[in-house]
Design a protein around this ligand. Structure first.
Ligand code: CDP
Ligand code: MG
Length: 140
């Protein structure tokens, strides 16, 4: 498996509770390297575009309002097998069903306010990284 890059976002429920460092530590502990990072307040329009794949889902309005409700920390993570390692350490979407030791199990508040986003495939990773970062900002 070659070195991969994936996109990660620490969500507003976590930044609000001052958990940015605690979450990054968990990611680093499983070998993910932060090679780009920016704290931003995402606009509703940016959130709608970013989550466009979910636009017909019942939770779309709730999700896009939540993501734009407070600061997020967007990151590019790099490692061998980064996409699946990151999905695994994130845990299941609903913290109630997440395995112990995962970010969502430890910190998630609900299926919506689940502390972290991570790309689910190499195609989405490439698209999500390009949506938020320029090559200049990514230093591996
Ligand atoms: O984030 P993940 O890939 O695990 O889940 P998703 O199915 O791609 O959903 C994206 C995000 O929408 C989730 O992380 C939740 O924040 C939110 N969501 C929600 O608010 N209510 C649901 N029933 C499902 C997802
Ligand atoms: Mg997803």
């Amino acid at each position: 498996m070659a070195i991969e890059r994936t996109f990660s976002m620490i969500k507003p429920d976590a930044t609000r509770r001052n958990l940015t460092g605690a979450i990054i530590k968990i990611l680093e502990n499983v070998g993910l390297r932060v090679i780009a990072s920016r704290r931003i307040l995402i606009t509703l329009q940016e959130a709608e575009k970013f989550y466009e794949v979910h636009k017909n889902r019942s939770f779309f309005d709730y999700l896009t309002k939540f993501i734009s409700s407070g600061p997020t920390v967007i990151q590019v993570l790099e490692a061998e097998n980064a996409i699946s390692i990151n999905r695994k350490i994130m845990g299941a979407t609903d913290p109630l069903f997440a395995s112990s030791g995962t970010v969502r199990k430890i910190f998630g508040l609900s299926i919506g306010e689940n502390s972290i986003h991570g790309s689910d495939s190499s195609d989405t990773a490439a698209a999500e990284i390009a949506y938020w970062f320029s090559e200049r900002e990514i230093v591996g």
